[in-house]
Design a protein around this ligand. Sequence first.
Ligand code: SF4
Ligand code: SF4
Length: 475
Amino acid sequence: MTTGNQSEDHHESFRDRLGTVGEGGKRIWIYPKKPKGSYYKKRWAVAIVLLAFFFIAPWVKYQDEQFLLLNVLQRKFILFGQIFWPQDFHLIVLGLITLIVFVILFTVIYGRLFCGWACPQTIFMEFVFRQIEYLIEGDAHQQKKLARQVWNFEKIWKKTAKHAVFFFIAFLISNTFLAYLIGSDRLKTLVLDGPLPHLSTFIPLVIFSGVFYFIFAFFREQVCLIACPYGRLQGVLLDTKSIVVAYDYKRGEPRGKHNPLEDRPLSGKGDCIDCSSCITVCPTGIDIRNGTQLECVNCTACMDACDTIMDKVKLPRGLIRYASEKGIAEGHNKLVNARSIAYSVVLLLLITLMTSLFFFRSEVEATMLRVPGTMFQEYGPERLSNIYKVQLVNKTRNDVDASLRLDNHSGEIIMMGGPLKVPGGSMIEANFLVVIHRDSLKMSSTPLKISVYHDDRLIDQTKVTFIGPNDIDKK
Ligand code: SF4
Ligand code: SF4
């Protein structure tokens, strides 16, 4: 997307390099002005909810278990109070496939909405680290002044205080991630014991804290510009109907420094008064008036900045707004179209499907196999037996007294080693015999259905085969 009155030379030159890279390839440090406005307030509200969730969730217990746990080492996962086992791996794979489809469809319709409102990088950068920076070093022009000045007492204490707080928060974030991985109870024990007895955990923790510190203190917007794979995908996912943060060049051009309160309509200029407010607040250092760019994380700061200017010059808000390139070219502000409705319906269906798969999966899962290497055995003069192994995974928190029943054939199931009692949130294995009267077998290999019951309630059903002598087939 390009705009109206720029010279041909200038038209695409901004695409030659990133907004944060100077002529000699050196990084240009961005000092974005602190945003103000209605979108910023709404983003603050969302950020507070997300940050609170991130820091509090590992400490919330549900029926004595952590509400959210991603213990990769012990292969124990609890999502929103629901325990997941390696046996639920197919759900995770399905979930990931759904997520990829979801991300593609979502981005095609809503652009980088996620980047601006919910991405952890943006939330931590803009609503935690940047806020500390504003607090200690002041707004953009004070930060620039501080960067230029010699290393005097003021600069030393401000920089030291800022970086000390940054590292402390990075350490806090690492600890919180650890609580998701190993569990908050275990983390509490590690903290109470001190670092020395747990150096194998403490050293990686400090390294991760260092990485987080480096990202938020130095790497910053470069994550979005050069490291984030989602950001790289924008070029192929966005099209002219996608909703993005866009400058209405039809309305704004020809831009120029003028005072609309005094000289309109005589000046013949557009609504953009070329005040650069939208550029000074941009955390990725771009000029949104050049059109949709790879660097734009849809943070809405330029929308707020421009709305403030429009209020001052008594022009309608929304010179920079959520819009599609097509909408701006055609001069309308319709965000909803048949495609966005259709895609949104598909997104809703995907969410419903995944939620149902996750929450209506079987509570107790049984896996049965004939014990490898065994054939049939004589069980008395008239009966034959096969030996099987059953593995029962109890995904609930309550103990399950399970029993097995033969569904599609006459015969008997004899448990070896006592009744099947599966404690909540655990797995047991046991062997059992299926005993069938020789005369009731019609084939040497008979398919059997075995059901698992708990208090007369069917909880799972599995198929196995019963092997008999070959001479049955010849009868
Ligand atoms: S152009 Fe606007 S929305 Fe995009 S990153 Fe810059 S300030 Fe945020
Ligand atoms: S803030 Fe609005 S008026 Fe000012 S330069 Fe940007 S687009 Fe133009």
